[in-house]
Design a binder for this molecule. Structure first.
Ligand code: BTN
Length: 263
């Protein structure tokens, strides 16, 4: 697998020599976090054939069976504090869409904040973790993409909500080609971030399928209905409530009416 990934990354790519492949690991995010502590450079990537403890957002797990998906984490180092990187999660999502599109011809949508969706179903997800370092911040961008699954390969509890590149009719949905394209897209976006976040946020808004939709926000055990109207400069979702007020949402679960079983 590692050779298949490297075969698709140009020799001149600065991150080519920083790719590690593991047949099986607990979580590629945890592996990269451990490498970051030992001083691993910007661009270090860990890709696994399967994960035994794949992590999702909000403390959930990410189903990571062998031979069917891409599980990849990349270390990005920034010379700033974590609170200056709130838009990074949007940048990672745009890079993921760029990479999947380059590898397969299919551009996923983004369900705020970081679900990759196609045909109204979840194709993958992104877990961004930030860790303070003496010289700035380490960002661990973990991307999981369902590549070869058929519907019956998903566990019953997510079967109706999940899809794969193969199910969406993507050309060449191999984890190796998607991994190579994602690495290139992440490197490009990490450069673009140094020259200003505006174009990335504009692209995020184009890809974000949550905008304009009726949503249900679950925060601190309460469900509130609103309409998603914008994405803030920090990547927050701006929602307009029934009383006409707008508020920014930075965390929590947001369901879109008509998706993932929410009617
Ligand atoms: C989500 O859907 O909530 C985010 C899923 C992120 C999954 C990826 S797979 C590679 C990396 N390692 C992990 O443990 N999680 C991320």
């Amino acid at each position: 697998m590692k050779q298949r990934i490297l075969a698709q990354i140009p020799d001149s790519h600065p991150w080519r020599s920083l790719v590690q492949y593991l047949e099986e690991t607990d979580s590629t995010n945890d592996r990269v976090k451990a490498l970051a502590k030992t001083g691993a450079p910007h661009g270090t990537a860990v890709i696994a054939g399967q994960q035994t403890a794949g992590k999702g957002r909000l403390g959930r797990s990410f189903h990571s069976p062998g031979g069917m998906g891409l599980y990849m984490s990349v270390l990005l180092r920034f010379p700033c504090l974590p609170d200056q990187l709130m838009h990074l999660t949007c940048a990672a999502a745009v890079a993921a869409c760029d990479g999947v599109e380059k590898a397969t011809g299919l551009r996923p949508g983004i369900k705020w904040t970081n679900d990759l969706v196609s045909d109204g179903k979840k194709l993958g997800g992104i877990l961004t973790e930030l860790v303070s370092a003496p010289d700035g911040t380490c960002a661990i961008i973990g991307i999981g993409i369902n590549c070869g699954q058929a519907q019956e390969d998903f566990p019953p509890d997510i079967r109706d909500m999940a899809c794969s590149l193969a199910m969406c009719g993507a050309a060449d949905p191999s984890p190796a080609s998607v991994a190579a394209a994602l690495l290139e897209a992440l490197e490009k976006v990490s450069w673009e971030l140094t020259t200003g976040k505006k174009p990335i946020l504009e692209q995020y808004k184009k890809d974000c399928i949550t905008l304009g939709k009726e949503i249900c926000i679950l925060q601190d055990g309460a469900a509130v209905h609103a309409r998603a109207v914008n994405i803030g400069e920090d990547g927050a979702l701006v929602a307009k409530y029934a009383d006409g007020q707008t508020r920014s949402i930075r965390f929590g679960e947001v369901s879109i009416r008509g998706m993932y079983g929410y009617v």
